[in-house]
Write a protein that binds this ligand. Structure first.
Ligand code: AMP
Ligand code: MG
Length: 337
């Protein structure tokens, strides 16, 4: 199949919407990362999404809707707290998990009896949902296990020949996937996956915000993940990624001892490295790091890096999301210097 590259004009948005309505899979822009969109109610179309990504069948897809009021069509129960959160954070990068109605096929929910629902704020994505008339199931548009795509070119790199089209809507605003939460009681939520709607922001509305243990550590044998995606190797480039914690001086000393032909480091924007070390920077603030992490991991593969030593972000705010992705890219390999 030839994968068409569409632009963001009205005609191309209409084409993307038409393709999705007719059961095809299209790479689509969102404010978090690019998604692989298909009609969430069409089992065959959803199967094609799993096939294009090589995604394990038990990893559920998030269902994207145009307005939170549509959530009633797909969720059998919506707690009052969810309505309050929706008022504040929808549209935006927040996915809420609800018990699902039967209309959501089991393939879409990865066999679970719940469904994750999100209202994206990206204007083009919003118009594709409205014009297709479909709730859109859309996981990140990378091959399973690879870093998520934050521009149309990344989607083309992974999906060329596997899907009908990719719509180029510019680079993703946030650069990390949505925050995924579930409801524990009437004023408590649990973060299953951190994102741009941070714990601090959720605490403005919720009495309590718990962080699922799988966010920051590797699951032990036999432990099950509340969010199935957290149990898989993820966000990994081909290079061996290692997180190195410690101050700049100790880090530089560590790099000079471990330098080699295909050794790179991924550092903060303000750090200076010795001239014989290969490095890339991924910004200074957690927001910049979120925006650049996946792009840099892809660039490091292009540069044929074999080992990448990475400076970790702070775990505050959106930094928690960056840290969560990074330790998975690193297969939980963290060194302190
Ligand atoms: P992605 O599609 O790549 O953004 O990944 C979606 C994430 O949301 C994965 O980590 C899924 O496991 C998680 N997710 C989606 N639906 C549910 C659900 N019903 N219950 C728990 N986690 C979910
Ligand atoms: Mg993903």
């Amino acid at each position: 199949m030839e994968t068409k590259l569409l632009g963001g004009c009205a005609e191309d948005i209409a084409k993307a919407a038409e393709l999705i309505k007719n059961g095809y899979v299209v790479g689509i822009p969102t404010e978090t990362v690019y998604g692989l969109g298909a009609d969430a109610l069409n089992e065959q179309a959803v199967r094609a999404v799993f096939a294009a990504k090589d995604r394990p069948a038990d990893n559920p897809l998030i269902v994207h809707i145009a307005d939170f009021s549509d959530a009633e069509k797909y969720a059998s129960y919506i707690p009052e707290l969810a309505r309050k959160l929706a008022e504040k954070f929808c549209p935006g990068p927040l996915t809420m998990i609800f018990p699902k109605k039967d209309i959501i096929p089991s393939v879409t929910s990865g066999g679970l009896d719940t469904v994750g629902i999100r209202v994206p704020s990206h204007e083009v994505m919003h118009r594709i949902i409205v014009e297709s008339g479909c709730p859109i199931a859309a996981p990140s548009a990378n091959l399973s296990g690879l870093p998520s795509p934050t521009c149309a070119e990344h989607v083309m790199d992974d999906m060329q020949g596997r899907i009908a089209a990719v719509l180029d809507g510019g680079s993703s605003e946030f650069g990390v996937e949505s925050t995924v939460i579930c409801f524990e009681n009437e004023d408590t939520v649990r973060i299953l996956r951190p994102g741009a709607v941070t714990r601090e922001m959720l605490l403005e509305i919720c009495g309590e915000v718990n962080i699922d243990p799988a966010v920051l550590k590797e699951l032990e044998n036999g432990e099950t993940a509340a969010s199935p995606g957290m149990k898989y190797i993820h966000y990994s480039p081909k290079a061996n990624v290692v997180v190195v914690e410690g101050n700049t001086e100790n880090f530089r000393e560590f790099i000079s001892r471990n330098n080699g032909e295909n050794v790179y480091s991924l550092i903060y924007g303000s750090e200076e490295m010795d001239s014989d070390c290969k490095y890339m920077a991924y910004g200074e603030t957690a927001e910049e790091q979120a925006h650049l992490l996946f792009q840099r991991l892809r660039e490091l593969d292009e540069a044929e890096a074999k080992t990448v030593y990475v400076r970790p972000p702070s775990k505050e705010g959106i930094g928690l999301a960056v840290y969560n992705r990074l330790i998975r890219a690193a297969g939980f390999e963290v060194i302190r210097v």
